[in-house]
Design a protein around this ligand. Sequence first.
Ligand code: ADP
Ligand code: MG
Length: 255
Amino acid sequence: MYRMEDVKIRTVMLNLYYGKKRALRDVGLCVRANAVTALIGPSGCGKSTFLKSLNRMNELTDGVRTTGSVYLDGTDIYTPGADVTKLRRRVGMVFQQPNPFPMSIYDNIAYGPKIHGIKKGPVLDGIVEKSLRGAAIWDEVKDRLNKPAGRLSGGQQQRLCIARTLAVEPEVLLLDEPTSALDPASTLKIEELMRELKKRYTVVVVTHNMQQAARVADDTAFFLEGELVEADRTRTIFTHPRDTRTGDYITGKFG
Ligand code: ADP
Ligand code: MG
């Protein structure tokens, strides 16, 4: 469907089991670099599970077994001996509920770079500013970097969390329903930000909101009961889905 050189992530026969429960079924999906890919489907269909399998976050849950492959730039991230810490730095994740650390705005952003050994004030200052600018929140916080991050609004906290992810220079951003806890104005800001972020990163976003997928996603993948039903350009998915279940879901017949 896509040119190989445009593909950032490719899953092949990806299966995931929570104990005996099979949550992903032979999922094969290509994610294009420098594009926004939306994952849609009813609650419980495996969207979050799939997203977390892209940086091996699922392994933090007991009893999870994964089979199949996830290629990042052509290399299988599930190869034995793969460096998972490095992987999670390359493939960063932002969750539904903004989860700033209980510390200042500055320290939230500096946290990751510090762990990776950047201690110098001016270098760190530069990273903090660049990350906050990258997440379109710099102007709102530049005069109160030492204030607790918890005092920001929900929408600002979510952009702060995106900035925190950007601070360690990822290549891929995984966003799991990043706007579902936000008001409409903050939601539009995050959507605008996604369109900006894709210029430099590969973005995969889970959304419950069809309008959001239509507004921000270049490609859309529809999941149902752990299966990838179909994936294509968003326009195609919304106007000419190949599978009747996709059309039924998009037009609100179930879900
Ligand atoms: P979605 O994000 O599309 O709502 P999930 O990926 O969260 O779906 O869940 C997919 C399926 O896996 C659901 O049936 C869910 O109940 C199950 N599941 C998710 N997390 C766990 C877990 N930690 N342990 C057991 N089952 C889980
Ligand atoms: Mg979910």
